[in-house]
Structure formats: C-alpha cells, structure tokens
Design a protein around this ligand. Structure first.
Ligand code: RP5
Length: 164
C-alpha cells in the first residue's frame, strides 16, 4: 500500500469542525493522508510515538491543530524532522488568540509554520502541504496551478449588490 504523505492531527475531536477544512483540501488534491486525535496533554506518550515514527512512515508534512494551551504542534516539531504546520483552533474563552500565541511563539531552532486561526488556517495549511509535495510531483503542481486559476476566475466573477 502507498505510504501516507500527510498526517493531520488534532488535540481533540472538538477540533474537527476546524480541521475538516484541511482534510477537504487534501481529499480534493488526492493527497494520501491520515487524520487522528493525538492530544499533547491527555496522551503525551502517544504524541511522542507519533512524532518519533512520522519520518520512517514516510510522512512529508504534519498538520497539527490545537486550541487553548496548544502545545501539540510545538511538541511534535520538537520530536520529528518532518515539517509541522500548526493550526490555531478557536478556543471557547479567548477565541483562539491563546492558541495562536501558543503555536507561533516557538523558540529559535524548533520551527512550526503557523497559520491563521480557524478554518482559513486549516485550509491554508493543507494548501501549503500540497505546495511542499508538489516540489517533487509535477502532476500535483499542475493541480495546484489549476486550483489557483479557478479561484482567480471565481474572484473575477464576484458581483456586488450595487452593480446588479
Ligand atoms: C486542546 O484543548 C484541543 O486541541 C482543543 O482545542 C481544546 C479543548 O479540548 P476539549 O476539551 O474540547 O476536548 O487540547
């Protein structure tokens, strides 16, 4: 069976509403992915095992979403050389600003590519993973170019009530 290319992990199933937007993009591009809950705080040993085996399993990027004290992306990045793309999930009380700060403020030497809070961040993390993979996959790169072209056409076709 072909290796999984991208791992999508999240701290809780309550993150799914946000992280499903990453999965939708990966599915749309035909990227082989896996999605699972890996909680930094509630299952730290599993998190370490996931990170430690990611490279040998062939993962080329890990999209990690978490909210609140969002340690998952940073701790996974600390345990694997595979690029980690962090998605701040909107938290109940601080609307995800806490998640963003937790993920983006990594110490020098252990980077996490940090995306916007919420659905846009999840989708963009997946698009970024597609861009990474497409460096070595011309067919995937063409799909990305086509995606951008469709997006441009959709923006050009936008109308405003005042012009109708
Ligand atoms: C984090 O705590 C998760 O990523 C989630 O965003 C947040 C709340 O988790 P639940 O209490 O909803 O399971 O670890």
């Amino acid at each position: 069976m072909a290796e999984v290319q991208v791992g999508v992990i999240m701290g809780s199933n309550s993150d799914w509403d946000t992280m499903q937007h990453a999965v939708e993009i990966l599915q749309g591009f035909g990227v082989r992915f896996e999605a699972r809950v890996v909680s930094a705080h509630r299952m730290p040993d599993d998190m370490f095992a996931y990170a430690e085996t990611a490279a040998e399993r062939g993962l080329q990027a890990i999209i990690a979403g978490a909210g609140g004290a969002a340690h998952l992306p940073g701790m996974v990045a600390a345990k694997t050389p595979v690029p980690v793309l962090g998605v701040p999930v909107a938290s109940r009380h601080l609307q995800g600003v806490d998640s963003l700060h937790s993920i983006v403020q990594m110490p020098k030497g252990v980077p996490v590519a940090t995306f916007a809070i919420g659905a846009a961040g999840a989708a963009n993390a997946a698009l970024f993973a597609v861009a990474l993979l497409s460096n070595n996959d011309p067919a995937l790169r063409q799909k990305l170019i086509d995606f951008r072209a469709r997006q441009t056409e959709a923006a050009r076709s936008m109308t405003l009530p005042v012009n109708e």
